[in-house]
Each structure stands twice: as structure tokens, then as C-alpha cells.
Design a binder for this molecule. Structure first.
Ligand code: EPZ
Length: 418
């Protein structure tokens, strides 16, 4: 159990470097399964989910480790790949399931535990499976494992029912080594998809259209190891922007790609937050109050679901009534009752949260249910009067953010471990 005590109502001020993207690092590390030899991945955030993926790679027979000399570099040596992923690791982190495409492409057989649903919803993998079957794989479910086999993957024309990020990544990786051409329709367009595609292209894959809803892949016989630097984490950047606004401070975010945050920047500006994007930095400062706005989460480039809890915390202090609709996950409002314990006035109606802004929040003991809910409660604690005690039983915050409390403290926060 991780317990954090946040002494609130202190403005954050200063400059902060944005970490590398967790959601780019995870599929890219999975993709090293397809690259025989030594690969080097740079700008990898040092956090629990990446450590879990490293442990999955080791369990599959690769050697993988954070570099001793450079904390945000991961070295991978790939000289053998086993086809069975370990149950206890895959059920610990859903993203481990993304190794199914690479293992199937390389071994012709993959046995991966069904990932547990997690707090934010059931999160099936049917779109992943349909995509792999379209590439010629036979897929069975046995005793909680997904067993996929194929003598040779063949390119196919695929159309996703929903632009699933993980399914786009699994199928993109498998298609890179399939025979012939694959077209993925209704593909996810997130920047992390583009980063994975660029990583695979650097390794010799032939991919066009990543970042659009139609991706074309021409399979190649094999890929080669690469050295690659991943993109900054747009969700960490968005979280830091909300931190500047909600504490009525001013932050300069550095090593960020503003174009990956257009929907978030627009929504904050609509609320009256001063946001000035540069080429690789963004200055954010609270205006003299926040206007209520309506927001609906959508696949990229729409407003990101991974920013919904953080924006909800900010909207709870806005003037007026906001309606927040969550269209991506069926159960991503577990932060609402916790925010209400801090004095927020929020009601859940179906898949929409109705937020009546209040003038202040007060510190309280709150429970962290999932990663971004934890971020939202930490942000609310930074703004609240008095002390907030975050109980993070499953270390969600350390899974998804690198040294967040330490970095907030360097900007003027007062967060301590209990
Ligand atoms: C990725 O998860 C991210 N994780 C999530 O970030 C993010 O919230 C999500 O994309 C949406 O942007 C990583 O990249 C590691 P999806 P993923 O497949 O791939 C349904 C965070 O906080 N679905 O796009 O699991 C699913 O149930 C995490 O960093 C199916 O029905 O998301 C969900 O409702 C949380 N069948 C919706 O699609 C499938 O086969 C979006 O899921 C796959 C998904």
C-alpha cells in the first residue's frame, strides 16, 4: 500500500521535463520480440508498468534491462523467444497481452493469458483476436489462456468494429512479418501507434498511414534490431497542465509535443486556462477562474479518456455546471465518489458526470482505484485546503507516472509518504 499525504492549496511554479510515453514504450518493448539481436530504446519512463513488461520479455527468454549508465534507456538482447507468457505478469498488466502479435509472428504459436479486466471496465480482447484470425491465425480460448497458432501469417483486409489502440498495435506488429499486404481499416490514430510504426519501420518494416484510420502494411521476411527514442508522454503532459491550472500556478513543460495535445489544450483554453504552446514546450498558467465546459471523451484526436479524471477534478472547481461524457470505457468514474468526499458536487447519470462547480475543495482521506483516478485525486489534493491522504493499495500512481510526487514537490507541492 502506498500512502501519500498531500498538503494542499500551494501553487506549482517552475519548469518540468515531460517523461517518455508509457503507452508508446509498452508496445515498442513488446515489438523487440520480433527483432533478433540487441535493440536500445531511449526516453523510456522509469515506472512499474515498464518494469512489468521487462519481466514479461525476460520470462519469454529475452534479456532486457534498464541501462545502468542511462536511467531512461532500456537495452534488449533477443536471441530466443519462448511462446508462453507468464500468467501472473499478464494478469497484472493488460498491456502485456500485446506480446501476442509479435510472438505469433515469430514463433507461429503464442499462449497468452487472458488479461484481467481492470477497474475501468471489462476490456475484452475480441478485436485483437478477430484481427489475428483475419491474418490466418487459429485462436482458441483454453483455461484462461488465448492460444493462437499459424504456420504462416498472411496479409488481409481488416476492419475494426472500434478503433482499439491495443488491437491496432497487436495486428500492426503481426502484419509486419505476414506474407503480403494488410490493410487495417478503422485503425486507432493515437500518437503511440505512429511511434510504434516508426519503430518498426526503423527495423525494416514497410508501413504507411499510421496515425490515420487506414494503415497499409507490406509484410517483410524479417526485421533487424534498432536504436530508437520514444515520444514524450502526452497524458503526463496533460496531467501537469491541469496541475498548473488547479493550483493557480504557472508551469513550463519541456520536451513535449504540443500537437499531441490539441484536444486537451483547446479544452483548457475554453475553460479560461492560459496555455501557450511552443515548438517543444508549453507554458500553462491559471487564469482568474475556470469556466464550466462540456466534454466527451473520444478516440484520438478527440479528447482523451486518459485525461477525463484529471479534467473532472479541475471542473469540480469551475464556475457553473459541466457535463462530462465517457464514451470509451464503461466504468471510468470511480474517482467521482472520492472527489465528492473532498467537497466536489458531482452526480453520475448513465455515462455522464454532471459537475456543479464549487468554490473550494477540502482535504480528506481518499482511495485510488486506477491510474488516472489516482492522478485526479492527487491534483484535487494539491488544490484542496488542508491534508488529503491518498490510499493507493495497488501502487497505481507508480505504475503510470515516474516520480510524480517528487517532481511535484520540486515545483512547490508538499507531498509526503506515510
Ligand atoms: C490503451 O488501452 C491505453 N493503454 C489506455 O491507457 C487508454 O485508455 C486506451 O488505449 C484508450 O485510449 C495502453 O496503451 C497500454 P482500447 P487499450 O483497446 O489498448 C474496448 C492508461 O491510463 N475493446 O483502445 O486497452 C475496451 O473494452 C491506460 O494509460 C474491446 O471491446 O484500449 C475499451 O472499452 C488506461 N475489445 C475500448 O475498446 C478489444 O479487443 C478502448 O480500448 C479491445 C478493446
Amino acid at each position: 500500500m502506498l500512502k501519500l499525504v498531500v498538503k494542499g492549496a500551494k501553487p506549482l511554479r517552475g519548469e518540468v521535463n515531460v517523461s517518455g510515453s508509457k503507452n508508446a514504450a509498452l508496445p515498442i518493448l513488446a515489438a523487440t520480440i520480433m527483432l533478433p539481436g540487441r535493440s536500445v530504446v531511449r526516453n523510456v519512463p522509469n515506472l512499474l508498468d515498464v518494469t512489468t513488461m521487462i519481466r514479461v520479455l525476460r520470462a519469454l527468454g529475452l534479456r532486457a534491462e534498464y541501462s545502468q549508465s542511462s536511467p531512461n534507456t532500456v537495452n534488449v538482447w533477443n536471441y530466443q523467444v519462448r511462446h508462453v507468457a507468464p500468467y501472473e505478469l499478464v494478469t497484472k498488466m493488460r498491456a502485456s497481452f500485446f506480446v501476442i502479435g509479435p510472438i505469433l509472428a515469430v514463433k507461429g504459436l503464442a499462449k497468452i493469458p487472458l488479461p484481467g479486466g481492470c477497474a475501468i471496465g471489462s476490456r475484452p480482447v475480441d478485436i485483437h483476436i478477430k484481427g489475428l484470425e483475419a491474418l490466418g491465425a487459429r485462436v482458441e480460448l483454453e483455461h484462461g489462456f488465448v492460444i493462437a497458432s499459424a504456420n504462416r501469417l498472411r496479409g488481409a483486409k481488416i476492419h475494426f468494429d472500434f478503433p482499439s489502440v491495443g488491437a491496432t498495435e497487436s495486428v500492426l506488429m503481426a502484419a509486419a512479418l505476414a506474407e503480403g499486404e494488410t490493410l487495417i481499416g478503422n485503425a486507432a490514430r493515437e500518437p503511440e501507434i505512429v511511434d510504434l510504426a516508426n519503430f518498426l519501420i526503423a527495423a525494416g518494416a514497410r508501413i504507411e498511414g499510421a496515425g490515420s484510420e487506414q494503415i497499409r502494411v507490406e509484410g517483410v521476411p524479417q526485421l533487424a534490431p534498432v536504436e530508437y527514442t520514444i515520444i514524450p508522454d502526452r497524458i503526463e503532459a496533460g496531467t501537469l497542465m491541469v496541475a498548473a491550472a488547479i493550483t493557480r500556478g504557472e508551469l513550463k513543460l519541456k520536451r513535449v509535443v504540443p500537437d499531441h495535445l490539441t484536444a486537451t489544450i483547446n479544452k483548457l483554453q475554453e475553460m479560461g486556462v492560459r496555455v501557450v504552446p511552443g515548438s517543444d514546450e508549453i507554458v500553462v498558467a491559471a487564469g482568474d477562474g475556470f469556466k464550466a465546459v462540456d466534454v466527451k471523451t473520444l478516440p484520438y484526436p478527440g479528447f482523451p479518456t486518459d485525461m477525463q479524471p484529471q479534467l473532472t477534478a479541475l471542473l469540480s472547481l469551475s464556475a457553473g455546471t459541466s457535463v462530462i461524457s465517457e464514451s470509451v470505457f464503461e466504468n471510468r468514474f470511480m474517482h467521482l465518489p472520492e472527489l465528492c468526499r473532498m467537497g466536489a458536487d458531482i452526480k453520475l447519470e448513465g455515462q455522464s458526470a454532471i459537475v456543479n462547480g464549487v468554490s473550494r475543495l477540502s482535504g480528506a482521506p481518499v482511495r485510488v482505484t486506477d491510474l488516472r483516478a489516482g492522478a485526479a485525486l492527487l491534483l484535487a489534493g494539491l488544490a484542496a485546503e488542508g491534508e488529503t491522504l491518498l490510499e493507493d493499495r495497488d501502487h497505481h500512481l507508480n505504475r503510470g507516472y515516474e516520480r510524480l510526487a517528487e517532481r511535484f514537490n520540486a515545483l512547490g507541492a508538499d507531498i509526503s509518504k506515510k
